[in-house]
Design a protein around this ligand. Sequence first.
Ligand code: FES
Length: 281
Amino acid sequence: MTAPVTAGSPAAPPSTAHHDRATIQENTLRTDRWWVTPLLTFIGLAAFVVYGLVRAFMNKWYWAGDVHLIAPFYSPCLSQSCVSGSSHILGQPIPRLPDWLSWVSPAMMVLILPGGFRLTCYYYRKSYYRSFWFSPPACAVPDGHKTYSGETRFPLLFQNIHRYFFYGALFVGSVLTYDAFLSLSGKDGGIGLGVGSIILFINAALIWAYTLGCHSCRNIVGGRLKHFSSHPVRYWMWGKVSVLNGKHQQWAWASMVSVVLADAYVMLVASGALTDVRIFN
Ligand code: FES
């Protein structure tokens, strides 16, 4: 029979208080430049937010009517104050918000969906928790805060809303795709093609690559199944979504840059600072 082990006896096991940090004097033992990635992330995300805010409050130069280009940040244009021609689908005016909301920039109304989608995205969460909140700034670097409650409390509990923003992002992706096709209307009627159209198509493709690679999309498409063999279509879709999901971070950055460039291009054309280069008509 084994004798009971008591604390302090020679046979006592080592302490199991493993939740305490080891007594290391240095803040971190990492000697590489671990701070470069969070710093670059901070600069990139901050620049995107600043551009978005400036553009949203600008409330002009979002529709180049002669070449049928609408800026992504203002599409769909839902305000009663939208300039003529910017809020039509298939030639018909779309329903717009009440007149008393006309003081709100149309971009503000639209950016809630893609903004909320990106803000609650699993990848962006990781990146801004690290670069803005230092929680933690990098692997093997201590958290910048004394306590850690994860996403179990208000307001981070609301990050769970991401799966619903995904459906809004499907709508946004569809609208941007429609806008790209709309820009194929020629200046003199019929079909035309300009650099602006190519930019809008590239942007729509990157937005779809980011949206369909979403973790929520992967779960919606292939989750909660007992046997893939009984669902060959969903299995096929899950495989495609998983390929996109594997590069979700890259799609997140590529689509973020492309939406800014597309918006800036249309802004310059709509303001008259630039002429859309036409390939034909
Ligand atoms: S996890 Fe990134 S968009 Fe859903």
